[in-house]
Design a protein around this ligand. Structure first.
Ligand SMILES: Nc1ncnc2c1ncn2[C@@H]1O[C@H](COP(=O)(O)OP(=O)(O)O)[C@@H](O)[C@H]1O
Ligand SMILES: [Mg+2]
Length: 231
Protein backbone atom coordinates (compact mmCIF):
# COMPACT_ATOMS: atom_id res chain seq x y z
CA UNK A 1 0.00 0.00 0.00
CA UNK A 2 1.01 3.55 -0.78
CA UNK A 3 -1.12 6.28 0.80
CA UNK A 4 -0.81 10.05 0.46
CA UNK A 5 -2.21 13.07 2.22
CA UNK A 6 -1.95 15.62 -0.58
CA UNK A 7 1.67 15.48 -1.74
CA UNK A 8 2.92 13.84 1.44
CA UNK A 9 3.35 10.09 1.30
CA UNK A 10 2.31 8.78 4.72
CA UNK A 11 2.51 5.08 3.76
CA UNK A 12 5.51 4.41 1.56
CA UNK A 13 4.84 1.00 0.13
CA UNK A 14 4.13 -1.43 2.96
CA UNK A 15 3.00 -5.05 2.75
CA UNK A 16 1.36 -6.81 5.62
CA UNK A 17 -0.85 -9.80 6.02
CA UNK A 18 -3.07 -11.20 8.73
CA UNK A 19 -4.05 -14.86 8.60
CA UNK A 20 -7.37 -16.17 9.86
CA UNK A 21 -7.26 -16.72 13.63
CA UNK A 22 -4.20 -14.60 14.31
CA UNK A 23 -3.60 -11.60 16.52
CA UNK A 24 -1.17 -9.42 14.59
CA UNK A 25 0.12 -6.19 16.06
CA UNK A 26 1.42 -3.15 14.24
CA UNK A 27 3.60 -1.11 16.57
CA UNK A 28 5.26 2.22 15.97
CA UNK A 29 5.75 5.72 17.33
CA UNK A 30 3.34 8.60 16.98
CA UNK A 31 3.08 9.61 13.31
CA UNK A 32 4.50 6.34 11.93
CA UNK A 33 1.35 5.73 9.89
CA UNK A 34 -0.51 3.17 12.02
CA UNK A 35 -3.92 4.88 11.90
CA UNK A 36 -3.55 5.59 8.18
CA UNK A 37 -2.84 1.89 7.60
CA UNK A 38 -5.99 0.81 9.45
CA UNK A 39 -8.14 3.45 7.74
CA UNK A 40 -6.89 2.31 4.35
CA UNK A 41 -7.74 -1.31 5.15
CA UNK A 42 -11.24 -0.34 6.30
CA UNK A 43 -11.80 1.94 3.32
CA UNK A 44 -11.77 5.31 5.07
CA UNK A 45 -8.63 6.48 3.18
CA UNK A 46 -7.99 5.85 -0.51
CA UNK A 47 -4.93 4.00 -1.75
CA UNK A 48 -2.57 5.95 -4.02
CA UNK A 49 -1.36 2.61 -5.32
CA UNK A 50 -1.25 -0.99 -4.19
CA UNK A 51 -4.18 -3.13 -3.12
CA UNK A 52 -6.12 -4.54 -0.18
CA UNK A 53 -7.18 -8.18 -0.39
CA UNK A 54 -9.68 -9.73 2.00
CA UNK A 55 -10.91 -13.33 1.97
CA UNK A 56 -9.25 -13.86 -1.39
CA UNK A 57 -10.92 -10.85 -3.04
CA UNK A 58 -9.46 -7.52 -4.09
CA UNK A 59 -11.48 -4.99 -2.08
CA UNK A 60 -9.35 -1.96 -2.97
CA UNK A 61 -12.29 -0.21 -4.64
CA UNK A 62 -15.00 -1.35 -2.23
CA UNK A 63 -16.57 1.49 -0.17
CA UNK A 64 -16.11 1.33 3.61
CA UNK A 65 -19.66 0.25 4.52
CA UNK A 66 -19.37 -2.73 2.16
CA UNK A 67 -16.10 -3.73 3.81
CA UNK A 68 -17.98 -3.77 7.14
CA UNK A 69 -20.55 -6.08 5.53
CA UNK A 70 -17.75 -8.26 4.18
CA UNK A 71 -16.44 -8.74 7.73
CA UNK A 72 -13.99 -5.95 8.55
CA UNK A 73 -14.83 -4.28 11.87
CA UNK A 74 -12.96 -1.28 13.23
CA UNK A 75 -12.64 0.36 16.61
CA UNK A 76 -11.24 3.80 15.74
CA UNK A 77 -8.50 5.84 17.36
CA UNK A 78 -10.02 8.04 20.06
CA UNK A 79 -12.97 5.63 20.37
CA UNK A 80 -15.62 7.79 18.65
CA UNK A 81 -18.33 7.06 21.19
CA UNK A 82 -21.55 9.02 20.54
CA UNK A 83 -21.78 11.09 23.76
CA UNK A 84 -25.54 11.71 23.78
CA UNK A 85 -26.52 8.11 23.09
CA UNK A 86 -26.77 5.41 25.72
CA UNK A 87 -24.34 2.51 25.83
CA UNK A 88 -26.93 0.22 24.24
CA UNK A 89 -27.67 2.74 21.48
CA UNK A 90 -23.94 3.12 20.82
CA UNK A 91 -23.59 -0.65 20.53
CA UNK A 92 -26.57 -0.90 18.18
CA UNK A 93 -24.91 1.67 15.88
CA UNK A 94 -22.33 -1.02 15.19
CA UNK A 95 -25.03 -3.24 13.69
CA UNK A 96 -26.18 -0.61 11.17
CA UNK A 97 -25.16 -2.72 8.18
CA UNK A 98 -27.27 -5.65 9.36
CA UNK A 99 -30.97 -6.37 9.73
CA UNK A 100 -32.85 -8.58 12.18
CA UNK A 101 -32.78 -9.12 15.92
CA UNK A 102 -29.59 -8.10 17.70
CA UNK A 103 -30.50 -9.09 21.25
CA UNK A 104 -28.28 -12.17 21.15
CA UNK A 105 -25.31 -10.15 19.86
CA UNK A 106 -25.92 -7.49 22.52
CA UNK A 107 -25.97 -10.22 25.18
CA UNK A 108 -22.62 -11.51 23.90
CA UNK A 109 -21.06 -8.05 24.13
CA UNK A 110 -22.52 -7.61 27.64
CA UNK A 111 -21.06 -10.97 28.60
CA UNK A 112 -17.60 -9.91 27.40
CA UNK A 113 -17.95 -6.52 29.09
CA UNK A 114 -20.05 -6.90 32.27
CA UNK A 115 -19.25 -3.26 33.00
CA UNK A 116 -21.26 -2.23 29.94
CA UNK A 117 -24.18 -4.41 30.99
CA UNK A 118 -24.30 -2.59 34.33
CA UNK A 119 -24.27 0.75 32.55
CA UNK A 120 -26.32 0.00 29.47
CA UNK A 121 -28.60 3.02 29.93
CA UNK A 122 -25.84 5.51 30.78
CA UNK A 123 -24.94 8.21 28.23
CA UNK A 124 -21.77 7.34 26.30
CA UNK A 125 -20.25 10.75 27.01
CA UNK A 126 -20.38 10.22 30.77
CA UNK A 127 -18.49 6.91 30.68
CA UNK A 128 -14.83 6.80 31.78
CA UNK A 129 -12.04 6.42 29.21
CA UNK A 130 -11.75 2.68 29.77
CA UNK A 131 -15.50 2.18 29.59
CA UNK A 132 -15.65 4.18 26.35
CA UNK A 133 -12.94 1.92 24.96
CA UNK A 134 -15.14 -1.06 25.83
CA UNK A 135 -18.06 0.62 24.05
CA UNK A 136 -15.91 1.18 20.94
CA UNK A 137 -14.76 -2.45 20.83
CA UNK A 138 -18.25 -3.75 21.61
CA UNK A 139 -19.72 -1.58 18.87
CA UNK A 140 -17.23 -2.99 16.34
CA UNK A 141 -18.18 -6.53 17.43
CA UNK A 142 -21.85 -5.82 16.71
CA UNK A 143 -21.06 -5.95 12.98
CA UNK A 144 -19.97 -9.59 13.50
CA UNK A 145 -16.53 -9.02 12.00
CA UNK A 146 -14.23 -11.77 10.80
CA UNK A 147 -11.35 -9.43 11.48
CA UNK A 148 -11.33 -6.71 14.11
CA UNK A 149 -9.10 -3.65 13.59
CA UNK A 150 -8.21 -1.97 16.87
CA UNK A 151 -6.52 1.44 16.89
CA UNK A 152 -4.62 2.01 20.15
CA UNK A 153 -7.17 0.57 22.57
CA UNK A 154 -4.79 1.19 25.50
CA UNK A 155 -4.41 4.90 24.83
CA UNK A 156 -4.86 7.00 27.96
CA UNK A 157 -5.82 4.07 30.19
CA UNK A 158 -4.39 3.20 33.60
CA UNK A 159 -2.24 0.01 33.60
CA UNK A 160 -4.89 -2.13 35.29
CA UNK A 161 -7.47 -1.19 32.67
CA UNK A 162 -4.98 -1.83 29.88
CA UNK A 163 -4.47 -5.35 31.21
CA UNK A 164 -8.23 -5.85 31.35
CA UNK A 165 -8.81 -4.60 27.79
CA UNK A 166 -5.96 -6.76 26.48
CA UNK A 167 -7.29 -9.87 28.16
CA UNK A 168 -10.70 -9.21 26.57
CA UNK A 169 -8.99 -8.86 23.17
CA UNK A 170 -7.44 -12.27 23.76
CA UNK A 171 -10.85 -13.69 24.64
CA UNK A 172 -12.38 -12.18 21.47
CA UNK A 173 -9.63 -13.89 19.48
CA UNK A 174 -10.17 -17.19 21.32
CA UNK A 175 -13.82 -17.04 20.30
CA UNK A 176 -12.78 -16.96 16.65
CA UNK A 177 -12.25 -13.35 15.59
CA UNK A 178 -9.00 -12.41 13.86
CA UNK A 179 -7.38 -9.25 15.27
CA UNK A 180 -5.14 -6.55 13.83
CA UNK A 181 -4.02 -4.47 16.81
CA UNK A 182 -2.31 -1.10 16.40
CA UNK A 183 -0.42 0.00 19.50
CA UNK A 184 2.18 2.38 20.87
CA UNK A 185 2.16 0.24 24.00
CA UNK A 186 4.61 -2.22 22.43
CA UNK A 187 5.39 -4.31 25.50
CA UNK A 188 1.82 -5.43 26.09
CA UNK A 189 0.91 -5.67 22.42
CA UNK A 190 3.88 -7.98 21.78
CA UNK A 191 2.95 -10.16 24.74
CA UNK A 192 -0.55 -10.58 23.35
CA UNK A 193 0.08 -10.97 19.62
CA UNK A 194 1.27 -13.93 17.56
CA UNK A 195 3.13 -11.81 15.01
CA UNK A 196 4.17 -8.19 14.74
CA UNK A 197 5.20 -5.50 12.31
CA UNK A 198 7.22 -2.43 13.27
CA UNK A 199 6.29 0.69 11.34
CA UNK A 200 8.64 3.68 11.08
CA UNK A 201 7.64 6.77 9.08
CA UNK A 202 5.50 4.88 6.63
CA UNK A 203 7.74 1.84 6.19
CA UNK A 204 7.73 -1.63 7.74
CA UNK A 205 11.22 -1.98 9.23
CA UNK A 206 10.72 -5.32 10.96
CA UNK A 207 8.30 -8.21 10.83
CA UNK A 208 8.61 -11.29 13.06
CA UNK A 209 6.89 -13.47 15.62
CA UNK A 210 5.93 -11.18 18.50
CA UNK A 211 8.00 -13.13 21.03
CA UNK A 212 11.12 -12.58 18.89
CA UNK A 213 10.60 -8.82 18.85
CA UNK A 214 10.30 -8.77 22.65
CA UNK A 215 13.93 -9.95 22.70
CA UNK A 216 15.16 -7.84 19.78
CA UNK A 217 17.76 -5.35 21.08
CA UNK A 218 16.78 -2.63 18.56
CA UNK A 219 13.10 -3.00 19.37
CA UNK A 220 13.84 -3.01 23.08
CA UNK A 221 15.89 0.14 22.73
CA UNK A 222 13.33 2.01 20.61
CA UNK A 223 9.99 0.78 21.95
CA UNK A 224 10.44 -1.09 25.22
CA UNK A 225 12.52 1.35 27.23
CA UNK A 226 15.70 -0.65 26.62
CA UNK A 227 15.72 -2.74 29.78
CA UNK A 228 16.18 -6.48 29.39
CA UNK A 229 14.31 -9.13 31.27
CA UNK A 230 11.25 -6.99 31.85
CA UNK A 231 8.90 -9.69 30.64
N1 LIG B 1 -5.68 14.08 7.76
C1 LIG B 1 -4.37 14.23 7.56
N2 LIG B 1 -3.87 15.20 6.76
C2 LIG B 1 -2.54 15.31 6.54
N3 LIG B 1 -1.61 14.51 7.09
C3 LIG B 1 -2.04 13.54 7.91
C4 LIG B 1 -3.44 13.35 8.18
N4 LIG B 1 -3.56 12.29 9.04
C5 LIG B 1 -2.30 11.85 9.27
N5 LIG B 1 -1.41 12.60 8.60
C6 LIG B 1 0.06 12.41 8.61
O1 LIG B 1 0.35 11.09 8.20
C7 LIG B 1 1.39 10.53 8.98
C8 LIG B 1 0.90 9.25 9.65
O2 LIG B 1 -0.12 9.57 10.58
P1 LIG B 1 -0.95 8.47 11.38
O3 LIG B 1 -1.35 7.42 10.43
O4 LIG B 1 -2.02 9.17 12.12
O5 LIG B 1 0.18 7.91 12.36
P2 LIG B 1 0.05 7.09 13.72
O6 LIG B 1 -1.34 6.56 13.81
O7 LIG B 1 1.09 6.03 13.62
O8 LIG B 1 0.35 8.05 14.83
C9 LIG B 1 1.80 11.61 9.98
O9 LIG B 1 2.92 12.27 9.45
C10 LIG B 1 0.60 12.52 10.03
O10 LIG B 1 0.97 13.84 10.31
MG1 LIG C 1 -2.77 6.77 15.27
Amino acid sequence: MHVHYGKIEAIKGISLEVAEGEIVTLIGANGAGKTTTLKTISGLRPLSSGSVTFDGKDISKLPGHKRVLAGIGQSPEGRGVFPGMTVTENLLMGAYTRTGDFSKDLDEVFELFPRLAERRNQAGGTMSGGEQQMVAIGRALMSKPKVLLLDEPSMGLAPMLVAQIFSIIKEINNRGTTVLLVEQNAQQALQLAHRAYVLETGRVVKSAPASELLDDPQVREAYLGGELGAH
